[in-house]
Design a protein around this ligand. Structure first.
Ligand SMILES: Nc1nc2c(ncn2[C@@H]2O[C@H](COP(=O)(O)OP(=O)(O)O)[C@@H](O)[C@H]2O)c(=O)[nH]1
Ligand SMILES: [Mg+2]
Length: 405
């Protein structure tokens, strides 16, 4: 059933009429001015029957901040509604099953599918709460908390059904996941880049670490007028201690050599203005990082250079048990790893390990043009590797700026 409305009031009257005939409102009313006229559709406040989240606008486009706000409001009222039996409340519970970069992509896609299928979205972050790393979200997203909560009259708020296969999403959604069918019924478009920014805001303790670098070496406040600050990230993902090989031992030299060529060319282009390069070095393997730092410091070249690093940060954020994650040293590593994630995104140029989603997600979060992202392959991607790897070489194997074949 299609509905057309010519003003907000007209739309609201139409909406009441539709409700009177028990309309499920699956089809989208369209407002003349392109504004969303369906803000009351799916409002659970005064209903005793489940109404999925719905929002419509002309051309199926809605700005993400508006969409997110509408969704948060709907989520809260649908969740808290005492009249709706918890078995009727349709949910999507997202659980990560890979590393951070991978899981962030899977999470934001899961959120979109929940919105598209009109369901309540929850995160069951593992192995520790989401808020250890990221800021809390503006809707009640924490599955472990909500599943224990009760309505005013003592009923459970939600009870995701094991027999509703759309309720649970582990990692990336696959093409045959039942949720994809659910989401087909209704569609919208939004500014997808904003979804990453919405979810990925650092937790307070992470923010504190970020500030020490952002307001310290990453700041040009103290720089003389004739100098330019240029921040470069060197992100070496080795895979040491894991099943997949990303880099071979000694490949850190390649990163350093690429940076040096890049810096020399950049300084040439800057002419008389002296460039101060701040190189932010990260790795999943501490020794690799230390080797690169020592190498960088040995050759300071024809430019000014400061090497910045967060000591003792290397940890695989998903290979931690819940008990370990409560230990101060582990927490600190987790915070530093997430701080690195954000700081990489703040750099002007990034040398990344080919195939690593951690670095890729960090630069996606940070934005910036493609020309500032350089992907470096394992030196043995085309020969015999030390151990298994699912990765082929990047094309080209090394960026042109490295001047390596
Ligand atoms: N501290 C730190 N940890 C890293 C770095 N690179 C990778 N890691 C860790 O390794 C994990 C790998 O995550 P994942 O998203 O699976 O990316 P991928 O395995 O590199 O494709 C991250 O979540 C981090 O915990 C790094 O540069 N610094
Ligand atoms: Mg991984």
């Amino acid at each position: 059933m299609a509905g057309f409305c010519f003003s907000r009031r007209n739309c609201f009257v139409l909406y009441l009429l539709l409700l009177a005939v028990s309309c499920q409102c699956d089809d989208n009313p369209v407002c003349e001015d392109g504004a969303d006229c369906s803000s009351t559709i799916g409002d659970q406040n005064s209903r005793d029957a489940w109404l999925p989240f719905r929002v419509t606008s002309k051309d199926k486009w809605i700005a993400f901040d508006r969409l997110a706000e509408k969704y948060s409001n709907w989520h809260e009222s649908a969740l808290q509604n005492d009249e709706i039996p918890c078995k009727s409340k349709k949910t999507v519970v997202f659980t990560p099953n890979a590393g951070l970069g991978d899981s962030i992509g899977a999470l934001t896609t899961g959120y979109l599918y929940a919105l598209r299928s009109g369901r309540l979205f929850f995160i069951d972050w593992k192995p520790y709460p989401w808020s250890v790393m990221f800021k809390s979200l503006p809707f009640r997203y924490n599955y472990q908390e909500v599943v224990k909560m009760k309505t005013k009259s003592g009923k459970p708020l939600i009870c995701p059904l094991e027999d509703d296969p759309s309720s649970f999403l582990h990692g990336h959604i696959t093409t045959n996941h039942p949720l994809t069918k659910d989401a087909e019924r209704w569609d919208f478009h939004t500014d997808y880049q904003s979804i990453n920014d919405y979810f990925l805001q650092p937790a307070k303790k992470v923010e504190k670490i970020i500030r020490t670098v952002r307001d310290g070496p990453f700041s040009d406040a103290e720089l003389p007028d004739d100098q330019i600050l240029h921040k470069v990230a060197v992100v070496m993902r080795t895979g040491i201690g894991e099943y997949n090989q990303f880099l071979s031992p000694g490949d850190e030299k390649i990163f350093v050599s690429c940076f040096r060529n890049y810096a020399e060319q950049y300084q040439k282009r800057a002419g008389d203005r002296m460039v101060k390069f701040v190189v932010f070095v990260t790795s999943d393997h501490d020794q690799t990082k230390q080797n690169a730092i020592a190498d960088l410091r040995r050759h300071s070249g024809d430019f000014s250079l400061e090497v910045v690093t967060l000591n003792d940060s290397a940890i695989h954020v998903m290979h931690v048990s819940r008990a370990e994650s409560r230990e101060d040293v582990v927490r600190e590593k987790l915070h530093k790893t997430i701080a690195e994630f954000f700081l990489i995104g703040m750099c002007d140029a990034k040398f990344l390990t080919h195939g690593s989603l951690f670095g890729r997600a960090a630069v996606e979060r940070g934005g910036g043009p493609e020309e500032t992202k350089f992907y470096i392959s394992d030196s043995k991607c085309d020969g015999k590797r030390e151990k298994y790897s699912y990765l082929e070489c990047h094309k080209p194997k090394y960026p042109e700026i490295c001047n390596l074949s």
